[in-house]
Design a protein around this ligand. Structure first.
Ligand code: XIL
Length: 369
């Protein structure tokens, strides 16, 4: 049976009666003004969102169709989905997202070829035996995995998060994984070189969850050191993806503007393109009242996006989900008052929120690139 995302009929069959008014409002909104995709395009910024293959509700997909020019699979291209077992690759969930993007004329990003953290590797990979020459065995495995994934999607993926989150925020050093044990820093180099070979037209990105809030200084320093090393060793890296899950560290009001500007300056001085790859605003430190909270989220976003969009090196901006009910933060970082988080541009009824206005305003204010 085709995946829900690929057939409209199937999607509609799954719609509950309660969802119908929400669909109407999503469609009404789409007609009422320029989309975020259009506002971004005017400035040379490609706007989009993550999408999970588990989601099949039509009003949500309609919001994405109305607003997005690019889609990134939220989990479907991660090794724990593609290779839950060593020798059986599962591309079906990723293919469903790729089909949705293609059917709706959207570009596609890829996330991620080497999420270099043990927490996100399947068990078999943690216990893998790379043989009598572990460096050679690990290189062979990594190159082969990247070859299979990149060639499966070919040129449809315009930009790859090749390596994700390899810096430990506590130490600023590369995290320990089976790959770093066997290869050290070379696993990062090999991942990018293999991606260049097997996805020759794609932009290659180092992606990490940098934060401008107090407490992230060691992480920023460590990532800059990595970006410098990549340049010094001529590793083929085109861009630096700043995930931008702002508010996660609980200091929405303690943004370090000057330190952040110095950090981004350092990255662009090294000739990296800049991307916002996973934007959302964790509202856990804002009050329960919805209006106050939405205003706080919107203000934090505008402040952050104004600074980021001032960099002409930034040409992609993706939200990590477009409506609150589909945000990973609901399960990941629940609020103490147990009310749902409100981290995305649309509410659970698919009505645009002040955050959507803030994003639109930031795009309008952005210089052309
Ligand atoms: C998250 C997804 O949103 C969740 O559904 C999943 O359970 C865990 O991963 N940084 C990343 C993303 O690079 O891959 C993460 O996505 C969010 C943080």
């Amino acid at each position: 049976m085709p995946h829900p995302l690929t057939t409209r009929r199937h999607v509609l069959a799954g719609l509950s009666a309660a969802a119908l008014p929400a669909m109407a409002s999503a469609i009404a909104h789409a007609a009422s003004g320029p989309s975020l995709r259009a506002l971004g395009a005017e400035k040379g910024i490609l706007f989009g969102s993550a999408l999970s293959a588990r989601i099949s509700d039509a009003p949500y997909l309609d919001v994405l169709k109305a607003e997005c020019g690019v889609i990134v699979p939220e989990n479907e291209l991660k090794v724990y989905v593609i290779a839950p077992q060593p020798d059986r690759y599962n591309f079906a969930p990723g293919d469903a997202i790729a089909g949705f993007a293609r059917d709706n004329g959207m570009k596609m990003r890829g996330h991620t070829l080497l999420w270099n953290r043990v927490e996100y590797m399947p068990k078999w990979l943690l216990n893998i035996d790379f043989g009598s020459n572990p460096a050679r065995g690990a290189e062979r495995y990594l190159r082969d995995y990247i070859r299979q994934v990149c060639t499966h999607y070919g040129d449809q993926i315009i930009s790859w998060d090749v390596v994700n989150e390899t810096i430990d925020p506590k130490t600023g050093e590369i995290r320990d994984t089976p790959f770093t044990k066997a290869l050290g820093f070379d696993c990062i180099r090999i991942a990018f070189e293999a991606a260049r070979e097997y996805a020759p037209k794609a932009q290659l990105v180092y992606n990490d969850y940098m934060s401008w809030e107090r407490g992230n200084e060691t992480h920023r320093k460590g990532v800059l050191k990595l970006l410098e090393t990549l340049r010094a060793k001529n590793v083929p890296v085109d861009g630096f993806g700043v995930q931008s899950h702002i508010g996660n560290d609980g200091h929405i009001k303690e943004a370090q503007h000057d330190q952040w500007r110095a950090f981004i300056n350092a990255a662009v001085d090294m000739k990296y393109k800049l991307l916002i790859t996973e934007f959302d605003v964790n509202d856990k430190d804002l009050p329960t009242d919805t209006a106050v909270r939405d205003a706080g989220v919107a203000a934090a976003a505008k402040d952050y996006l104004d600074m980021m969009f001032s960099y002409k090196e930034l040409d992609q901006f993706l939200c990590w989900g477009m409506s609150d009910n589909h945000s990973w933060l609901q399960g990941w970082m629940p609020r103490a008052d147990k009310t749902p988080q409100r981290p995305t541009p649309y509410d659970a009824q698919y009505r645009p929120k002040p955050l959507r206005e803030a994003i639109a305003a930031a795009l309008k204010a952005a210089p052309k690139r």
